[in-house]
Design a protein around this ligand. Structure first.
Ligand SMILES: NC(=O)c1ccc[n+]([C@@H]2O[C@H](COP(=O)([O-])OP(=O)(O)OC[C@H]3O[C@@H](n4cnc5c(N)ncnc54)[C@H](O)[C@@H]3O)[C@@H](O)[C@H]2O)c1
Length: 352
């Protein structure tokens, strides 16, 4: 398609992650300005313009107006996303509703002819929902990217380059630890598992797991779309990838709040968290430098989405990858349900 000067954008779902003002240097601890919300991300990109926003709640629309109306004077406000899409016909739509409320909006937007969709993570909470989203975007040739943010977070780019360049030899094992009160299976677990999958660079073949105490019979998803930690368990999980890589996911709400990945190869190990990365080999330990003055997270994701709309291909976080992550999370739950057994993928969620 032709390159456009401005891509018109609509946002559905206006809590902080949809609508908040940009965080400034230091607040999020990443160094550069972190836009945090979808609105803030688009506001950093001159090639995009937000023309409509939607939420079921009038107070959320009022709040958005209070924050953004000066810089976005032509904006229209809606409580019905279908009407918004039909009237404004945006190029891109951001789906920022609760985890279990992404699917209808994505399907309707794809059917209505948007060019690109930036959808929050996890893609959905059931495989059936993920499948109908994927079917709709593939049928209409719509480009979609899922906001598994570490795919665009600066420190992870040189780490991926080290892995590809063989800095640790052949990749063998990965351990991901994530503790703290919001260590929930879907809400934040999806980020951690997606990053494991990014490092493993292979298809998950089978999993087993033990869920948090008190959630022994947790099936199906019983959360409220990700808001309330008590409605989702944490998990100790194991993933066997087709290329022989094994991953351990060490996730606990009462555990000390560290989140990092230890990536072991035949010749070395990389330890990475959101800010630092270190490479250890027989030659010693060295810091892996993080790029600065670069787009972080959502604006980088949106710019990539636009490049893919213009040139074809897929983003680094396409819906089929996100479906794999969801399948792992549901596989963990299925393992628990069946007595902590091995669950071979693909998972039949109707037979659990
Ligand atoms: N990438 C990240 O780091 C990150 C951080 C926070 C939240 N999230 C994701 O963002 C999404 C939203 O999270 P949240 O905690 O704000 O959710 P929430 O459930 O608290 O709020 C969702 C908002 O969407 C609105 N909404 C729901 N259905 C709607 C519909 N059909 N039409 C219009 N508006 C609708 C609700 O009124 C509400 O204002 C979730 O998928 C969550 O996982 C991602």
């Amino acid at each position: 398609m032709n390159i456009k000067e401005k891509y018109s954008v609509c946002i559905v779902g206006l809590t902080g992650i949809g609508s908040g003002a940009p965080l400034v240097d230091g607040e999020a601890g990443y160094g550069p300005v972190v836009p945090h919300s979808h609105a803030a991300a688009y506001s950093m990109l001159p090639e995009t313009e937000i023309i409509g926003v939607c939420d079921l709640r009038q107070d959320r629309l009022n709040q958005f107006e209070a924050t953004w109306s000066q810089s976005l004077p032509v904006l229209k406000y809606y409580t019905d996303y279908r009407r918004m899409i039909a009237e404004l016909q945006p190029d891109i739509i951001s789906v920022v509703t609760s985890d279990n409320r992404h699917a209808d909006i994505v399907v309707d937007a794809a059917n209505a002819g948007v060019k690109g969709i930036f959808c929050e993570k996890p893609i959905a909470t059931t495989l059936a929902d993920a499948d109908r989203m994927i079917e709709a975007v593939e049928k209409h040739g719509v480009k979609m990217t899922i906001n598994h943010s570490r795919r665009w977070r600066p420190i992870f780019r040189p780490v991926m380059a080290e892995l590809r360049n063989g800095a640790i030899g052949e990749l063998r094992r990965i351990i991901c630890s994530y503790g703290g009160p919001r260590a929930m299976l879907f809400r934040n677990g999806t980020h951690m598992v997606d990053t494991l999958c990014m490092f493993a660079d292979s298809e998950p073949e089978w999993v087993f797991a033990e869920l948090e105490e008190g959630y022994q019979d947790y099936w199906p998803y019983q959360g409220d779309g990700g808001r309330t930690p008590e409605l989702e368990p944490s998990v100790s999980g194991y993933i066997h990838f087709r290329n022989g890589v094994r991953a351990f996911y060490n996730n606990e709400k009462r555990m000390f709040g560290r989140r990092d990945w230890e990536i072991f190869g035949t010749e070395g190990c990389i330890t990475v968290n959101d800010r630092h990365a270190e490479l250890e080999t027989n030659a010693g330990v060295r810091k892996i430098d993080c790029p600065h003055r670069t787009l972080v997270d959502s604006p980088a994701a949106i710019r990539e989405l636009i490049r893919i709309i213009e040139n074809g291909g897929e983003t680094c976080s396409p819906p089929r990858n996100a479906r794999q992550v969801l399948e792992i999370l549901l596989g963990f739950m299925a393992s628990q349900k069946k007595g902590n057994v091995r669950i071979d993928l693909p998972l039949n969620e109707n037979a659990v």
